[in-house]
Design a protein around this ligand. Structure first.
Ligand code: DGJ
Length: 738
């Protein structure tokens, strides 16, 4: 009986699956669409698939069946951009694909083979367009996943062949996008340690502009593989045509923006081809990471909604679950702790209303104790001197106090002073017989090696097996790759290193996730050094930056949250003066900034005393009241910190529009006669919202409309004005439908 039911379910699934595969009809346009955008392709007379359009949905796209671009008379073949442009045939642009065939030929020309549309469920369609070389048995499957409601389209490419020998892939992008407009304006992210995700904007000029990383591991510390591209002028938050992309890959990457002599723009993005030649045998398949794409004709704030909604539903782990308030031990103790100190921190955290305690670096290593950053990495056994009763005891203690327990680990790394380095020198990333340069006195383990993958997996698994009350790990990675190379990879396959490393890392994440589906995981890499949708697929959140100084965090979080959602944005209140900057900030300002992300603390709780203690306790309580809106709601950027007035503001509105939270910050001295005014967004026009100021200090300078009600219409048209003139001050307002 049981068997019959299973067969029935399987055959039902199969019929449904097969019937939703539509074969493409000749002379039809091929469309990839979501609720508000579409890409349109067609097969031309020579069999090439042309990329005709990406933008909002068209009522009638049939003229594209006849479409010829202006240059068609100039050559005897069309040079309308292709769906996926290889190097070969008539092309002069940066290609998406360049490979050397088994017989040494370096060109590829791709023509249409077939298209399949598969409806995965009511919200997701897959479209696979298969291209084939017109001479060689080489294929490229271009896969688009459309997330209709979230208005996201992801693109990836798989290449395989039946040639007589290996093919050599010199470049394989995840996406190629052609656009045509009068001008193009690129927004991208640039930074360094402690100042990640700064926004940079530039008008693209003829030639090629590049966003790339050649570093590996800490791959997003200086640039992030995400971009916004505005057409015909810089887009506003709420107006203009904007295209966006973000590569889901934690290895090296390259995205080029080529403005050619016809004033067309060609975007090519994916794994960085830099020293990454990759060979595949006949019948092997190489699949690129996904480029996550979206379009908006209502400015860039909409792009943020698309990415946040998609990320919460389909990318980050547990995107539908509220995040706990964290206390992380790092800046409270650094390496200097023992069991007594940690237990006291847990006690204090519990009273303050903290929900998760994270023990950071310094808990491991015996022969080479981790009392400094120069020893112990790789020896993941608890330091018996510091913690005689082990991690299990701490985790259970925290549990009894009503807290979740988390622990730091940096499992990809090894200090020269460690038992691991003594025992496995062959597991360390190295380039032949050259010196292995250290950074932060550490080396990187060679994750292209399956034995190392097993070790890394086992290190985390063993730690988690200590107690079912370890609920969270902070996965750190504090350097990037230099002198790349692997003792495991064959001599003639050293260029596989960069790709195999990242695949090895994902393999470990996959195995951990399979065994520990409920585990909360934070991605950290010296702060925001590995924030990408590839790594985030396995994580709940990221450590946004080691710089917790609020006036800096306003910028860092503003940039980060354009693509990556607030629910995943670790934002901690730290000590005074700030350990990175030496600057003093009021506790209120520190809280008001941290509360616009996933709130946590990073200090010694016992150091907060008197009225500050009461303030902190109340602020945590307030955060718990608003966090559903901050973490799950829609983010509206109202005033950018990059404008030079000194004021900036953002708000979140819950999906049902019943609650909103407004944050206002001031970074400059303002004339006492000046006041800040902003119109709100995203509210229900017809509802009455009662406004209440949160985190007010001694009820000073309360908003004139405090505890009064206003219609959404009024608040979105007239706005609210705030008396906020002193530098480094802030206000938080709760709005609730009455
Ligand atoms: C770098 C991280 O960004 C910090 O938060 C902390 O975990 C240290 N590593 C520990 O070494």
């Amino acid at each position: 009986m049981k068997r019959t039911i299973i067969i029935f379910i399987l055959s039902f699934f199969l019929i449904d699956f097969v019937s939703s595969v539509n074969q493409w009809q000749k002379n039809e346009l091929i469309k990839v669409s979501t609720n508000n955008q579409e890409m349109i392709f067609k097969v031309d007379g020579s069999g090439k698939v042309l990329f005709l359009y990406w933008g909002s949905i068209m009522n009638d796209a049939t003229p594209f069946l006849e479409y010829k671009n202006k240059n068609f008379q100039l050559t005897d073949q069309t040079i309308t951009p292709q769906l996926y442009q290889p190097y070969g045939g008539i092309t002069y642009i940066e290609p998406a694909l360049q490979l050397t065939h088994a017989d040494g030929v370096i060109t590829t020309e791709l023509i249409f083979e077939k298209v399949e549309k598969i409806s995965m469920n009511e919200n997701i369609d897959h479209t696979v367009i298969t291209l084939k070389d017109n001479v060689y048995p080489l294929y490229a499957d271009i896969l688009f996943k459309s997330y209709k409601k979230e208005n996201i389209i992801s693109q990836s490419v798989s290449v395989y062949h039946k040639e007589d020998g290996d093919i050599q892939i010199n470049k394989i992008a995840s996406t190629y996008i052609p656009l045509h407009a009068n001008s193009y304006h690129l927004t991208y992210f640039y930074g360094s340690w402690g100042r990640e995700m700064n926004i940079e904007e530039k008008k693209l000029t003829p030639g090629i502009s590049v966003i790339e990383s050649k570093r590996g591991v800490r791959n997003t510390q200086s640039t992030n593989p995400s971009f916004l591209l505005s057409l015909n002028g810089v887009s506003g938050e709420y107006s203009g045509d904007v295209y966006a992309g973000s590569l889901a890959w934690s290895g090296t990457y390259k995205i080029t923006f080529e403005c050619d002599e016809t004033n067309a723009l060609h975007i090519v993005g994916g794994i960085n081809p830099f020293v990454s030649t990759y060979y595949i045998k006949a019948n092997e398949k190489f699949t690129t990471p996904e480029m996550i794409l979206s379009y908006s004709n209502e400015g860039r704030n909409k792009i943020t909604h698309h990415f946040h909604d998609w990320a919460r539903r389909y990318n980050i782990k547990h995107g539908d679950q509220i995040r706990p308030v964290v206390l992380n031990s790092w800046e409270g103790t650094y390496f200097d702790f023992d069991e007594k100190k940690i237990l006291k921190m847990i006690d204090d955290a519990a009273i303050l209303g903290i929900e998760l305690f994270v023990l950071d670096d310094g808990w491991f290593g015996n022969k080479y104790p981790r009392n400094h950053d120069n020893a112990g990495l790789g020896d993941w056994q608890v330091n018996k001197k510091k913690l005689p009763r082990g991690i299990k005891y701490l985790a259970e203690y925290a549990h009894k106090k009503g807290l979740k327990f988390g622990i730091w680990i940096e499992p990809e790394m090894v200090n020269p002073k460690s038992e691991l380095a003594d025992n496995h020198p062959d597991w360390i990333v190295k380039s032949g017989n050259r010196e292995k340069p250290t950074e932060r006195t550490q080396w990187i383990l060679d994750l292209s090696n399956p034995l190392v993958q097993k070790f890394v997996y086992k290190s985390v698994d063993n730690l988690l097996s200590e107690s079912s009350h370890i609920n969270y790990i902070k996965w750190d990675a504090n350097r990037y790759v230099t002198n790349a190379g692997s003792e495991h990879l064959p001599k003639d396959r050293q260029s596989h290193f960069w790709i195999e490393y990242t695949k090895g890392l994902y393999n470990v994440y996959e195995r951990l996730r399979a065994k520990y589906p409920e585990l909360l995981m934070q991605q950290c890499s010296s702060g925001g050094g590995r924030i990408d949708f590839g790594a985030l697929k396995y994580h709940d959140e990221f450590w946004t930056s080691d710089d917790t100084n609020p006036s800096h965090r306003i910028f860092i979080q503003h940039g980060t949250n354009i693509f990556y959602p607030s629910i995943a944005t670790g934002a901690h209140v730290s000590a005074n003066p700030n350990h990175q900057t030496g600057m003093y900030n009021s506790l209120k300002f520190r809280f008001d900034v941290a509360m616009s992300g996933r709130l946590g603390m990073e200090l010694q709780p016992a150091d907060i005393t008197g009225s500050e203690y009461d303030f902190a306790k109340k602020a945590i309580e307030n955060y718990k009241y608003i966090r559903n809106t901050v973490q799950m709601g829609d983010l509206y950027r109202l005033v950018s910190p990059y404008n030079d007035t000194g004021w900036s503001s953002l708000m979140y509105v819950s999906k049902d529009k019943k609650q909103a939270v407004l944050f206002v910050y001031n970074l400059k001295f303002q004339s006492p006669t000046a006041f800040f005014e902003t119109q709100l967004k995203g509210l229900d026009t017809n509802k009455n919202y009662k406004i209440e100021e949160l985190n007010a200090v001694e009820n000073k300078n309360l908003f004139w409309g405090n505890l009064k009600s206003f219609t959404g219409d009024y608040l979105m048209k007239a706005g609210i004005n705030v008396d906020l003139t002193e530098p480094f001050t802030s206000r938080v307002f709760l709005l609730e439908v009455e």
